[in-house]
Design a protein around this ligand. Sequence first.
Ligand code: HAM
Length: 421
Amino acid sequence: MAPKYKAPRGTQDVLPEVSWRWQRVEAAFREICRRYGYGEIRTPVFEDTELFVHGTGEGTEIVTRQMYSFEDRGGRSLTLRPEGTPSVVRAFLEHGLHSRGVQKFYYIAPIFRYERPQAGRYRQHTQLGVEAIGAPGPDIDAEVIALFHDFLTEISLEGAVTHISSIGCRNCRPALSDALRAFFKPKLDDLCEFCQARYEANPLRILDCGVPADVEARVGAPSALDHICDECRAHFDAVVALLTELDIPHEVDPTIVRGLDYYTRTTFEVVHPSLGAQDVLMGGGRYDGLAEVLGGPATPGIGFGSGLERLLLVLGEEGSSPGPDVYVAAASEEARGPAFKLALELRRAGLSVEIDYIGRALRTQMREANRLRARAVALIGEDEMAAGTVTLRDMATGEQESVPAGQVAERMKSRPGGDGA
Ligand code: HAM
């Protein structure tokens, strides 16, 4: 019978046979963030809609077309977080953290965007992100890129390429905008209606539009790197020099346009060729004006977000989830009670233990232990109950031994693959 309800389009269930992969990547990210001194921040899944309208930017695709907004019973307009940065900066300001020097955060958070679902693009995805707020210098730019690089090394993800550019600051942005307007002026009628509206307000956005006509119209458009001011140039050169010194492979790529309004100076993306159309594994940059836009004091910031689902797509499906340490098998109905007790004791001793709950035959239990890839089976039958022992079978070698019931945990830990190995 076909199920009556399905997960909404563009969302997915992560079942236990797969979630161990997610946990492995999340644990590696947490570990790298710990080494770099980034602390976890958890912000609400929904925020006032205004936060994203002003923070992410009114003219962005996210705000104009992709937000999941709703009115609560009190008539407030709320929005499911379509990206992490405005929430983190809001929390930073709300808690007065700007008086505490540089603050470094990381998050692993669900993100919601109403997009056309395809491989690597979902309506709910998960971002691994960092935000470093309060430091204006190029070293922190290099640091966040290095952090992501080390994270990819930690999870053995190979073949990713880091692209980096600068889109200037509020002083040099007008010159870049003028150059873009001059370039697009003769093509204005070819642009989509959104880009025609963006032409005056923020022509940089035209470089980011996915409509095919716009993609074609922007071939040969002026490069941001040719229009940035001397201070932005010096900042950018310093970031590139640091990355070179740190041995972090990178390519200067002035065609990067990030789809959010708040970026200033350094912008970067990490792409992976195996991902096809949705090839951006990570994107980020500096946002020195965002805190002010959100009503706080001028505070520099930089960060990135990386789609966990895309990381997993690149990593593929090799490997298998770790099986339980022990499968406790009961040879008879009478042995089920002692087997259940033994399972609990072993769990309390720190082992992962599976057991049968529905009275299956011993042969079926053994088959199940095999399927689960248990390291060992602890068998309890009539003889074992009489002697106060357990027959412990190593599933890799097939070797069996009789072990006093109270010593199974110790015995397991001393075996290869156990804690004590
Ligand atoms: P973003 O480029 O919009 O940046 O998203 C960051 C990453 O999230 C993308 O590079 C991609 O890996 C993943 N991603 C985005 N949309 C989807 C989707 N629909 N399905 C699957 N994965 C997706 C931001 O969100 C900024 N807040 C990043 C940032 C942090 N900039 C500074 N700090």
